[in-house]
Design a protein around this ligand. Structure first.
Ligand SMILES: [Ca+2]
Ligand SMILES: [Ca+2]
Length: 109
């Protein structure tokens, strides 16, 4: 399973380009632009599993830092501020990482 089997490569490229400038990343806009917001809960779960690189069942801060590079290899890394904001906007149970339910809620709400 790869991201481009779920999302269009063109939409991914646009979404990544849009947050090229440092500290311009907005997860809501990104998920809309890459088309993930309009996918099914199962497809969102599939994307979660791709982003959970070490298969821990959670997306941790260390994985989020390289979030954009999972979509486009040459993309920038997220800053600490962006990573923290990203986690806190999804982390409903405050354990410092994003579970699959939290990810689905963040993407689809
Ligand atoms: Ca993980
Ligand atoms: Ca959490």
């Amino acid at each position: 399973m790869s991201l481009t089997s779920i999302l269009s490569a063109e939409a991914i490229e646009k979404a990544v380009k849009d947050c090229e400038a440092p500290d311009s990343f907005c997860h809501k806009k990104f998920f809309q632009m890459c088309g993930l917001s309009s996918k099914t809960p199962q497809e969102v779960k599939d994307v979660f599993q791709i982003l959970d690189e070490d298969n821990s069942g959670y997306i941790e801060e260390s994985e989020l830092k390289f979030f954009l590079q999972r979509f486009v290899p040459g993309a920038r890394t997220l800053s600490d501020a962006e990573t923290k904001k990203f986690i806190s906007s999804a982390d409903d149970n405050s354990d410092g990482r994003i579970g699959v339910d939290e990810f689905q809620t963040m993407v689809l709400s």
